[in-house]
Design a protein around this ligand. Sequence first.
Ligand code: SME
Length: 160
Amino acid sequence: MYDFAPSTDQPKPALYRDLAEAALAITHDEPDAVANMANCAALLAQFLPDLNWAGFYRMVDGGLVLGPFAGKPACIRIALGQGVCGAAAATGETQLVPDVHAFPGHIACDAASRSELVVPVMRDGAVIAVIDLDSPLVARFDAEDAAGLEALAAALAGRI
Ligand code: SME
C-alpha cells in the first residue's frame, strides 16, 4: 500500500515539491510508462484540490492519444493545435487557461471544467506527452501551479 497523505493546505510550492517527491518515489526503478502515468495521475488527483480531471495525453504518430487519468471518460484523440492540450503539444509551451469558455477551440470533455492547465512533457527536445489538469473553478490555476507542474513534467520525462 502507498499512503502519501498530502497536506493540501500548505503553500503551493511546498505542495508541488511533496507531489514531485511522491511521484519520483512511486516511479523509481519502474520502467513501465503506463504504470508510472497511472500512479502519477492518481497522485495529481490526491494532492491537488479542486480538480475534476487530471491525467496524461501521449504523443503517438504526430497526435495526442488519451493516457492514464483520474476523472470522467475523456476524448481519446486530439490533433496538434486542437484545444488546450493540442496547443501545448504544438507549441511545447504551458497553456494556462483561467476560463475555458474564453479559449477558442477548447474541447469540453467534462462540462464541469471551467479552468485548465496543460504542461508539455519534453524529452530530447520533443513533446512526448502533456499533463492536463481541469478544475470546476474559474481561475483555479496560477503561475505557481504552472511552475510546479512544469517541474513535475521535467522530473517524469525519463519515466513515462
Ligand atoms: N479540454 C481539453 C481536452 C482534454 S479534457 O479536458 C480531459 C482541451 O481543450 O484540450
